[in-house]
Write a protein that binds this ligand. Sequence first.
Ligand SMILES: Nc1ncnc2c1ncn2[C@@H]1O[C@H](COP(=O)(O)OP(=O)(O)OP(=O)(O)O)[C@@H](O)[C@H]1O
Length: 281
Amino acid sequence: MRDTQPLLSVRNLTVAFPSLKDLVPAVRNVSFDVGREKVGIIGESGSGKSTTGRAIMRLHPGKTQITADRMQFQGLDLLSQSERQMRAIRGHRIAMILQDPKYSLNPVMTVGEQIAETAILHENLSRREARLRTIEMLEKVHIRDPERVMGLYPHEVSGGMGQRIMISMMLIAKPALIIADEPTSALDVSVRQQVLTILDELVTGNDMGLLFISHDLNLVRSFCDRVLIMYAGRVVEELRASELDQARHPYTQGLLEALPSLTDPKDRLAVLRRDPAWAEV
Ligand SMILES: Nc1ncnc2c1ncn2[C@@H]1O[C@H](COP(=O)(O)OP(=O)(O)OP(=O)(O)O)[C@@H](O)[C@H]1O
């Protein structure tokens, strides 16, 4: 029977950073679930999207205060895991793709060595088997000349290729959940589509969950199944991507009105409205 429980269940997550005097909340009472589906988080800069993603991985500096009524992943309470237990979860059961793959790949190891190391760790393969698996994985993410790419260092690959390499490593580790934080915003439009297609193949083909953080509403609308809209540290609205046009919150409506359209061009785009009341409890 198919498991209908969400992979990740978050209730009233609050993240506060220390300032000179006290703690300043950047994320406030955020609640959502992620199943085996693609969930987008959108919102403007500073709305708390990345902070939410990093809190799930518990990747914040020491004095950050993370509280939640629930932050459960596949039956595990993430907040009560020790740092050692979190290390076993990160990369293995929950993986993260960031905007620039150069920061996620090890700069002093070739691409081939890094993928092979993942294969040896996860699948207990010999060096020779790991090499063959690496070639297979690079082919799966549509890299045409895998043997050449294996010998390159991270600084020698383009952004789009770097993201595909990250995705190929995830194909080996097969995490249940991927948190992708603006994974395509540094890429050209044509490469962006390629990377999204491969990410979709990975997630849908392996029945994974994806939390896709972006400031691009059009992209999230076409790529994700559901969308959380964040404003000033809160989720102000949650909708199926196909139902965004029926958004009720004035902030979401404003985001939609501010989008340029090729089919229905406007002389002037609407200016995004903001109301301090939306940030209130
Ligand atoms: N380590 C930190 N220490 C202190 N404040 C932080 C830290 N990380 C984030 N913040 C603050 O938390 C708030 C939310 O930031 P966050 O990066 O989550 O926003 P975002 O929606 O992801 O924006 P962007 O799209 O620009 O990445 C911001 O005000 C930011 O300055």
